[in-house]
Design a protein around this ligand. Sequence first.
Ligand SMILES: [Zn+2]
Length: 161
Amino acid sequence: MAVMNIKNCYCAFCKTKRRVSQKKHINLRDVFYCFVLSILLMFLIWQDFNPRVAVLFALIVGMCGYFAQLRWRLQMACPQCGFDPIIYLREPKKAVRMVKEHLGRWENSPKKWFLPNPNKNLYHRKPSELSAEEKQLRPVNAKSPEVDKILLSEPDNLASP
Ligand SMILES: [Zn+2]
């Protein structure tokens, strides 16, 4: 619908290169699209101008906002290792548990050999070993230098609760 605002970054835990959309909320352009859509739907449903279009418009805007936020939230967790930076900022131990569960699930899966290995970048990729280009990329959703320090620490330090 609108410009996605895709950003290159890497997973703060397994260092897998990722592309995430930074669009968390709908903007004025999306609201305009919702308005046009509700006008079109109004003529489709009632074949004339109808004041109920205001309710329809509010419903469509609400749904768009909800799905924009839902999409943003669902893509935050790394599909490779299961690390969720948002849960990590609130409950680090829960995030560690989730990563361990994700890695365990991969380890015990009979389809293991057909799935990407989540351990691929773990344990042998230290921040000092990252390429200049990778150093330019920021960890997902890191906001403060303090958080950066935690997220850029060694994966081993992160995994021990
Ligand atoms: Zn990851």
